[in-house]
Design a binder for this molecule. Structure first.
Ligand code: MG
Length: 419
């Protein structure tokens, strides 16, 4: 900025104007709401400029109150008075400010602020966030949705109805993630829980996928989510067994703790592999990308810290020929889905976007929420993330405080299993 002169108080006029341009964080608020089954954590960052604020997703639905405390008690005191434009610096400092880092609670808290700052920057620029990233390379994001049922015929019927609604990519599950419980051989007096038999799961899923593949047109892409539930060597066998069905991808065949087994899977099958919704730390995805052991990165964007790190992951993956498939279930808030979509339409290596078919009340609560038409999710062209929240409506759907049941997964003998 050119030096202009000094005012009557002896201050540089140019400096004074520059200072007036700085917009700072004046408050960081947490909004909890539960319009459906998932407890959502929304962050609103308010600024020194009247009426200017941003929204972000910090949803970690199983640890809602821990994220709320991390934001209100730890991040907010650090952030008040900071320059809203310095997104990268604030992200870096937020990550190291607590010294211990890369955990799911803190990463989600940082994401809520990070996405809100991108929203603010877009509003200040008068541009959608995808413009700030580099602009669109596509008009819309192809999505996949979930079909389910209690038997192969029911899954195929559900998948066919989704195809008739315009979807071209369908994830097929049977009995949720666990497969059929009936006939499971259990000891007497089994404890409560969500039971799962990995061996019968593998057999039942192959039968289901075979049936569905035979029922749907060959142009419809099928996906399946193992949800990290198999023992590693059984995952190797399963990935080989589904190869003839030419899945679009096999999702999370291994748990994060077992990623060393990807090399074994890769050597034995061309089944496309997607991985990452439980990842928190760059050490988890870096070896899979650099060794080209997976085909899609599908991290939960708020779980890795927001748009700032997700943009870097996408570019890093692109140089290795790996595509994006960001996690997009009902426990990503509509704000988070909007953030996913801005990344999707920008990233040259976009692969697919998971979509959860929100209820109508969520469209009312989050004006601007993107909609699917004929299998494609379209962004709007509003500045920032292009989505708002009706706080009055959100307050009518308070979060519950139940102890989550579905994550209490057990093997047939009652031993704990990964959910
Ligand atoms: Mg999944």
């Amino acid at each position: 900025m050119a030096y202009v002169g000094v005012d009557s108080a002896g201050h540089s006029v140019a400096n004074r104007n520059m200072m007036a341009d700085v917009v700072t964080i004046s408050d960081v608020q947490v909004i909890l709401t539960q319009p459906g089954s998932s407890r959502l954590v929304i962050v609103r960052v308010l600024t020194s400029e009247p009426g200017l604020y941003g929204l972000g997703c910090a949803t970690f639905t199983q640890r809602t109150f821990a994220v709320q405390a991390a934001i209100e008690r730890h991040l907010k005191p650090f952030l008040i008075g900071r320059d809203v434009d310095r997104i990268e610096e604030l992200w870096q400092m937020s990550m190291v400010h607590g010294y211990w880092r890369n955990g799911p609670v803190l990463n989600n808290a940082i994401s809520g602020v990070d996405q809100a700052l991108w929203d603010i920057k877009g509003k200040r620029a008068g541009m959608p966030v995808y413009q700030l990233l580099g602009g669109k390379v596509r008009e819309a994001a192809a999505v996949y949705v979930h079909a389910d049922g209690s038997d192969p015929q029911a899954v195929a019927d559900d998948a066919q109805s989704l195809v008739e609604q315009g979807y071209r990519h369908v994830r097929v599950q049977m009995g949720g993630y666990g497969g059929p419980v009936s006939g499971m051989h259990r000891p007497k007096d089994p404890p409560d829980g969500n039971y799962f038999d990995p061996r019968s799961y593998s057999r039942a899923m192959l039968e289901m996928i075979d049936h569905v593949r035979g029922r749907l047109d060959v142009s419809i892409e099928l996906l399946h989510d193992v949800h990290e539930r198999l023992h590693p060597i059984d995952a190797v066998q399963f990935a080989k067994d589904v190869e003839p069905y030419r899945l679009f991808f096999l999702e999370d065949p291994l748990a994060p703790e077992d990623i060393g087994w990807f090399n074994t899977i890769r050597q034995q099958t061309a089944t496309p592999l997607a991985m990452g919704e439980l990842f928190n730390n760059p050490h988890e995805w870096r070896p899979l990308i650099t060794r080209q052991l997976i085909d899609f990165v599908r991290m939960h964007v708020s779980q890795i810290g927001g748009i700032t790190p997700a943009r870097k992951v996408a570019e890093f993956a692109d140089t290795f020929g790996i595509r994006t498939a960001w996690h997009g279930p009902s426990d990503t808030s509509p704000i988070g889905h909007a953030a996913n979509l801005h990344l999707d339409v920008w990233a040259p290596n976009f692969g697919i976007q998971e979509w959860y078919r929100p209820a109508e009340v969520e469209y009312e609560m989050f004006p601007g929420m993107p909609r699917v038409e004929d299998g494609y999710l379209y962004p709007n062209d509003q500045p920032g993330l292009g989505i708002e929240i009706d706080e009055g409506l959100a307050a009518k759907f308070p979060v519950d405080e139940i102890v989550e049941q579905w994550t209490q997964t057990r093997l047939p003998d009652g031993g704990p299993a990964r959910p």
